[in-house]
Design a protein around this ligand. Sequence first.
Ligand code: HSE
Length: 308
Amino acid sequence: MISERNEVKVFAPATLANLGCGYDVLGLAIHGPGDIIIIRKSPETTGITIKEITGDEGKLPLDASKNTASIAAQAVLTQLNLEGGFEMEIHKKMPFGSGLGSSAASAVGGAFAMNELLGSPLERMELLPAAMEGEASASKAWHADNVAPGLLGGVCLVRDNASLDVIPLPAPSNLWVTVLYDPKIEILTSEAREKVPTEVPTHTATTQAGHLAAFVSALYEENYDLLRRTMVDHIAEPGRRELIPKFAEYKERAEAAGAIAFGISGSGPSLFAISHGELSAHQIADTFKFDPIETYVSAINRQGVAVL
Ligand code: HSE
């Protein structure tokens, strides 16, 4: 089972969770930001040792029992009933506390890299529990809406978080995303989750269920007009908007520039605009070129985590 390779380097992409209508159950992977994770065999040591983390401004733990990436990698070893000595490097090429699934990227990268180093004994879908274990250690909650698209690529629906029943959805090639990220705002997922009501009225639940079901249909049909009507969040966004002072202004400007949908990426502060076509996605980004924010324009990343 153990491969002949001594080292594996992978790239795990950033992801957008919730997508308006699917709080905790929808996500998609993008190109550009993400994590590079390296794992190499280290026969003279036991367990996983984190040798280096870059791009985190010293904020992430080097202690392998506390780091999302190493927890996920260790979970793969445990799942396979294997032991050994390994060194890990984590190079963050994305902001964290940004709503772009930073902890999920680390977890996905850690699990995937370990599996590759071991000769790929597990399928991507089989790595979900290990990646989730890493992600949950950071987010303190059990939702696979970042981990699933990071691992599988494309757009993913989590039918059931408890059992990690994940359903890949179509990823229309003309569906583009513009991400607006304000580095001055850092929102911890755990804090943003406190802004979401623990109970919602039945009419809110039914409205949201209607939107989510129609969203799935819109992806299958590549029906952008229907998509526009579905990516609406009545559950998480109302409480979370207040954490992002320019939410209303940016939404109005993005829609004026052609966005067919707009919302909070995951727990924020990043915001996303959905476009029909690359040109529109760049036009939206251009609208914000004089604002003190960063923008990413991307088609859907269908591949997910990949060996470099
Ligand atoms: N679904 C999660 C949330 C995603 O909105 O809290 C966090 O990245």
